[in-house]
Write a new protein. Structure first.
Length: 397
């Protein structure tokens, strides 16, 4: 179905989130249960596991004596702990690190341990998901067909949060062919080395060392950044084959690659990113035009054979501006039906400045949204993915 520009506000069936009752506050994101992937199925990528049946089916007799099915083994009973006289089941309580509970534990020298709060336990669960062990490498592509809806900001927040909480190497790659500004938002100054210089230096016949590659990336805290060329002609020339060449080099030394893409889904470099990505993040805003762009982005990707990427995608809504006619609850529910999850990033004065992004300068709610996004990406680290043709990680890490 062809959707004409400007029709989103005029066709209620296409805009279920529109509401004439006025604005509503952006809801707090609900906790998301991590998904798991099975082995590869037909079509190259993998699907989601179905839940197991509640009980086994009864055996069917086809002539002859009935088949005797052995009962499942019974696990050994738990050993009694100190004859049951210890409190709370005998286990040591987790040590609180913050709030009044942490203050009480510290002042008492550890003699009084009220345990961790529900909030602290929830935060620890997010961190555990972010730190999901990763065998091999993982690529995340942040995409949007509309500029100014938080694509680069989301790339920076995701990269910084993953790098802060993981022990392995994380790199943010600016693959925007329109002279992207990811390095400016992460470094606060122009980059002295670029992706183009790395391509010109790389000898495909000689395996590069991390020392060589580190000459072309910049440090933004624990996050590494590979900047795009600011010469529009040079950055526009960045194509599919060069993207794959850069990725093949980066994944030798970096475990997670976050790609800040351009706004053109048909650009050659974007094709290279989509072919090799394992997690997709689509950005937008709670406005009529931006919500329509998210839908068109998802429709276009599905039409080009990326249905599973769309189903597993994470939609990020940058809520620095809010349309009065858009119901945020309905908008969130709309994209949750199309994708895996939706994350709302609240308005933050630090992000609105447009300068260098620092996690410690963000409001707590913004940092929480960034951790939720990173945890959703981390869930996919445990999934099974088919090998990517042409990407060889030998000689690295």
């Amino acid at each position: 179905m062809t959707r004409s520009a400007g029709s989103w506000a005029d066709e209620p069936g296409l805009t279920p989130w529109l509401d004439d009752a006025g604005p509503a506050p952006i809801p707090s994101p609900a906790p998301v249960v991590p998904l798991r992937r099975p082995a590869t199925v037909a079509g190259g990528r993998t699907g989601l596991l179905r839940p197991p049946p509640r009980r086994p089916a009864a055996p069917v007799m086809v002539g002859g004596p009935p088949t005797v099915v052995a009962p499942p083994p019974v696990p050994p009973a738990a050993q009694p702990v100190a004859d049951g006289y210890l409190r709370d089941g005998g286990g040591a309580r987790p040590v609180p690190r913050r709030g009044a509970r942490g203050w009480l534990f510290t002042l008492s020298g550890g003699r009084l341990n009220p345990g961790t709060s529900t909030r602290e336990l929830a935060e620890q669960e997010l961190l555990d998901r972010i730190r999901t062990p990763l065998a091999g490498w993982h690529t995340v592509t942040v995409a949007s067909t509309k500029g100014g809806v938080g694509k680069t900001t989301t790339s920076a927040l995701l990269g910084l949060t993953l790098a802060e909480h993981r022990a392995d190497r994380v790199v943010a790659l600016d693959a925007n062919p329109d002279a992207g500004n990811l390095a400016d938002r992460l470094l606060g100054h122009p980059a002295t080395a670029t992706l183009r210089q790395l391509l010109d230096h790389d000898d495909p016949d000689l395996p590069a060392s991390f020392t060589e590659v580190s000459r072309f990336v910049h440090d933004a805290g624990r996050l590494q950044v590979l900047a795009s060329d600011q010469d529009a002609a040079m950055s526009e020339a960045f194509d599919r084959d060069e993207y794959r060449r850069v990725l093949a080099l980066l994944v030798r030394f970096f475990t997670v690659v976050v790609t800040d893409s351009g706004t053109g889904l048909v650009h050659s470099a974007m094709a290279g990113a989509l072919e090799t990505t394992r997690s997709l993040v689509v950005t937008g805003a709670p406005t009529i035009d931006a919500a329509g762009h998210i839908d068109r982005t998802l429709d276009s990707l599905s039409a080009h054979g990326f249905d599973e990427l769309v189903r597993d995608a994470i939609v990020v809504l940058s809520c620095d501006r809010q349309a009065r006619s858009v119901d945020p609850v309905a908008l969130k529910a709309h994209f949750e039906r199309r994708c895996r999850a939706v994350v709302a990033v609240p308005r933050d004065p630090h992000l609105a400045e447009g300068g260098r992004i620092r996690l410690d300068a963000l409001r707590p709610a913004t940092r929480a949204a960034a951790r939720q996004l990173a945890a959703l990406v981390g869930d996919a680290f445990a999934w099974d993915f088919p090998a990517t043709a042409g990407i060889d990680t030998s000689g690295g890490r």
